[in-house]
Design a binder for this molecule. Structure first.
Ligand SMILES: Cc1cc2nc3c(=O)[nH]c(=O)nc-3n(C[C@H](O)[C@H](O)[C@H](O)COP(=O)(O)OP(=O)(O)OC[C@H]3O[C@@H](n4cnc5c(N)ncnc54)[C@H](O)[C@@H]3O)c2cc1C
Length: 418
């Protein structure tokens, strides 16, 4: 008879979501098995995240924040530029083109922390490696799930069998775990791709991230230091194919007009990666003995830079579910009730973010003189309402979560108590 590997949690996928969920579970005293279809951890990516204040607090509770010190780049301002409708600029209203978001007038308080994906991954890997109650199986995937009275039995394509009280689907935007548990997904093809690359630049960065909207795309500048920035350049798919065929030199020449305003002359530092920008949302974030986490639950357009932050919000809400399971030895009824709460809270939050992103993309897709005037009018109104901008920054950074309710902090305290 084949041996069954037993653990409290089975996690599919070893990206940021899977590794963080594993660390939280280990800290709560659970045993964990991770199944990852790649042959090793993906630590060579060049993606960069703006971590919110709430994410920082979660990482602090997990003991990871100290490991990132000196490797992060705090920013105090996010500046949005409307690069559409230059006719208005030509008529002397160029000042209406941009909008700044910061916590205070002096722009001294941090609105986010820029961290490279591989730096965060390496910190998480180092932490989980110190636990003996974790098993990581690479180069395999779950073929079938079978619900039993005591848990979930998973059979892998490698022939191994695993049993767990709870499965966490952390296998990204094309989640097989969700599909195998019959959870449907709403997909939106955006017909856009993003190029991600790093540049060194002549102009010094003063702790500001920039987002420029232009015809058919966006350009985000995420500073890594005073003279180095990560660039995310989103373009229509047809344009992506044209740009991909260019030499690196010609590619940089094509991007230069967008970069010049914020960074001056730029030189490419490293490789250029590209990603399709399809967005999707699972119809439910839970099923019996399953919770979806991160991109497996919700894949946002990166324009708002919230993908990872919402992954961390998922994980904070998972803490009561895991504690419940451990306390009641994964008894079905109590676990189902805890999963329902997770589902209600996380779907509401994620749908709101998805709608906000859609609205932003729609507003910046409108062209023509009249539409540009309306958008600029919106900028002027926002300019004159610093309180509204302040509230929006607090909402995006998750700072509001400590003031309006103590609840989201309670799970974090559970970790700190350990
Ligand atoms: C161009 C771009 C820029 C972005 N910029 C930002 C940003 O600035 N800020 C931000 O917050 N977010 C950003 N995001 C989003 C962010 O990258 C994601 O939200 C985040 O990486 C999701 O992590 P994850 O662990 O859920 O998924 P992933 O990173 O996709 O990890 C999934 C893991 O599951 C594995 N896997 C897949 N299928 C299986 C299977 N069947 N069995 C086992 N394992 C499997 C994969 O190999 C992978 O290791 C960006 C995304 C893109 C595309």
């Amino acid at each position: 008879m084949k041996q069954i590997i037993r653990s409290d949690l089975l996690i599919t996928g070893a990206g940021v979501a899977g590794l963080t969920a594993a660390l939280v579970s280990l800290q709560l005293g659970a045993s964990v098995t991770i199944v990852e279809k790649q042959q090793g951890f993906a630590t060579s990516g060049n993606r960069v995240f703006i971590l919110s204040d709430y994410t920082r607090r979660i990482l602090e509770a997990l003991g990871i924040w100290d490991d990132l010190q000196g490797k992060d780049y705090p920013i105090t301002t996010i500046r949005i530029y409307d690069g559409l409708g230059t006719a208005i600029k030509d008529h002397g209203f160029g000042w209406m083109q941009s909008l700044s978001f910061s916590h205070d007038r002096s722009q001294s308080e941090k609105v986010g922390y820029i961290v490279r994906e591989h730096v965060l991954m390496e910190a998480l890997i180092a932490r989980i490696s110190s636990y003996s109650s974790i098993t990581i199986l690479f180069d395999c995937a779950v073929e079938t799930y079978e619900l039993t009275q005591k848990g979930c039995l998973a059979r892998l394509d490698s022939g191994k069998s695993l049993s767990a009280g709870l499965v966490l689907g952390c296998d990204g935007k094309n989640s097989h775990t969700a599909a195998k548990m019959n959870i449907k997904r709403t997909q939106k093809a955006r017909n856009q791709h993003a190029f991600v690359f790093t540049v060194s630049h002549a102009m010094q960065n003063r702790r500001a991230a920039y987002q420029t909207f232009f015809k058919g795309g966006q350009l985000a500048v995420l500073p890594l230091s005073v003279s180095k920035s990560s660039i995310m350049w989103s373009v229509p798919t047809a344009e992506m194919l044209r740009l991909k065929a260019l030499s690196k030199q010609d590619f940089m020449a094509a991007c230069a007009p967008h970069l010049k305003r914020h960074l001056g002359d730029c030189a490419l530092a490293g490789e250029i990666a590209s990603f399709p920008l399809n967005t999707s949302m699972a119809s439910a974030f839970v099923a019996e003995r399953l919770a979806l986490v991160g991109d497996a639950a919700h894949t946002f357009h990166p324009i708002t830079g919230q993908g990872v932050n919402y992954t961390f919000r998922d994980i904070a809400e998972l803490i009561p579910v895991i504690r419940q399971g451990l306390t009641n030895q994964w008894e079905t009824t109590d676990l189902a009730a805890a999963l329902d709460i997770y589902n209600a809270r996380r779907t509401r939050d994620a749908r709101l973010m998805s709608a906000t992103t859609d609205m932003l993309l729609f507003v910046f897709s409108l062209r023509g003189f009249t539409m540009t005037c309306f958008r600029r009018l919106g900028f002027v109104v926002m300019h004159s309402l610093p309180l509204l901008r302040y509230l929006l920054v607090r909402l995006a950074s998750g700072s509001h979560m400590k003031s309006h309710s103590l609840e989201p902090d309670a799970p974090l305290l559970a970790l700190k108590d350990k």
